[in-house]
Write a protein that binds this ligand. Structure first.
Ligand SMILES: C[S@@+](CC[C@H](N)C(=O)[O-])C[C@H]1O[C@@H](n2cnc3c(N)ncnc32)[C@H](O)[C@@H]1O
Length: 204
């Protein structure tokens, strides 16, 4: 058995994926959630799919990432995949979320999944909360507001371990254009590849 198959983690993931399926319906009723305003992004899940989650899990396991950082947890779908990998790697996950209601829900989910010893949630704007962390980082998942990918990467870059992997989601969004240009640049320090909606950048 591997850590994703842990009974509590699997149950939490099944619940969250199921709840996230209501997103399109709720989205249709609340156009304000399309706003760029951080908190008014609302209470939508906007979560990754099971396939994307498993990809994150196996990438983090392959890297043997012990210190993982996530930008944008929402209700914690990706958080659970990353935390399961961190647990298997005897590591820790630092995640971030700005929406107060989501922060409360994540804490409860993490507790229910038995992952409180693995996950630290930094509540608030990640540009502030991540500025304060220290220590080397092995793996980063970017899934908050797309226009902040580059500012967040710039905060984390001095702390990236050589050989770290940075995965950015939804990179076809126009707001992620400057981020993609930066990591793909010849002198970026990254080897970067685009996989459909995700940019995988290996820090050399
Ligand atoms: C696409 S959702 C994340 C989905 C999540 N990764 C998952 O798979 O379930 C983006 C989240 O990022 C959060 N967010 C956006 N900007 C943020 C910021 N500056 N700091 C922290 N969280 C932020 C939003 O509140 C939202 O919940």
């Amino acid at each position: 058995m591997y850590s994703l198959q842990d009974e509590k983690i699997a149950a939490a993931l099944a619940r969250l994926h199921c709840e996230a399926e209501a997103d399109p319906e709720r989205w249709a009723h609340d156009k304000t959630t399309m706003s760029n305003d951080l908190v008014r992004m609302g209470d939508l899940y906007l979560g990754i799919t099971e396939a994307e989650g498993k990809l994150l899990y196996l990438l983090a396991r392959c890297c043997q990432a012990r210190r993982i950082v996530e930008f944008g947890a929402s209700y914690g779908i990706s958080t659970l995949y990353l935390a399961a990998a961190a647990r298997a790697n005897h590591g820790r996950l630092i995640t971030t979320e700005v929406h107060p209601k989501k922060c409360a829900a994540i804490q409860a989910t993490i507790h229910g999944a038995g992952l409180t010893d693995v996950v630290e949630l930094l509540a608030g704007d990640a540009r502030e909360t991540l500025s304060g962390i220290d220590g080397a980082i092995d793996f980063v998942f970017l899934d908050g507001w797309k226009g902040l990918y580059l500012p967040v990467l710039n905060i984390l870059k001095p702390k990236l371990r050589h050989g770290a992997l940075v995965v950015a989601d939804n990179i076809t969004h126009s707001a992620a254009r400057d981020y993609c240009a930066a990591v793909r640049a010849h002198d970026s320090g990254f080897v970067s590849v685009t996989l459909d909606q995700q940019e995988l950048s290996y820090y050399i």
